[in-house]
Design a protein around this ligand. Sequence first.
Ligand code: DC
Length: 226
Amino acid sequence: MIVAIDGPAGSGKSTIATEIAKTMGFHKLDTGAMYRAVTFAALDRGVDINDEQAVTDLARSIDIRFTSHEDESTKLTVDGKDCSKQIRTPMVDHNVSAVSAYPGVREAMLIHQRRASEDSDIVAEGRDIGSVVFPHAELKVFLTADPKERARRRVLQRHPGASLEDPSIKDEFDKTLDAIEKRDLLDSTREVAPLVAAPDAVKIDSTSHTIDEVVSMISDLIRERR
Ligand code: DC
């Protein structure tokens, strides 16, 4: 079975897909991490992000792998080197939309993504999973949340227990909100595989729901369609 979860940054896709994979025994495929890996590799190797051909050649040549560990964490390696932390830096955040807009990069990632579904049930999360990568997925979910709520979640993820009343946290919240709105705009207006809900996707707004509530809604849908 293939479950596709698409939606903008900070909508909760990743946490929810991880939870579903764990409880339903599916493999999780984090496709955003793959675009991040290409972006990190380009920055790390001094490839000009604006050079579409060079970035595309790099995407075709690098070996991106996810490896699961006993403690349930997943590591992402590029050519055998663990890059799990490096793909989450603001530098990568800032450049990943440009890299993921290159058609050749998307084509290279698509091959990896389809292969990942060949020998197990998967829950794949990203922007174009239900619309392009797995148009025949048994279940497609389009997960959204208010941009302010998404920014708040991101900041609290980085500073657990912090208060938005704190001026330095408020400043980080404003910057995060600005970055989220810019990335949403780039991701949803690009020509190739923009962020859009597939016509047959179930739309869920997570603004006023807890993670557990959303996981439970999606798990019910999976049981119905399995
Ligand atoms: O989900 P994320 O923030 O890790 O994704 C990083 C970037 O990758 C995001 O700005 C858009 C891009 N992306 C994409 O174009 N297609 C996907 N299926 C997943 C992510």
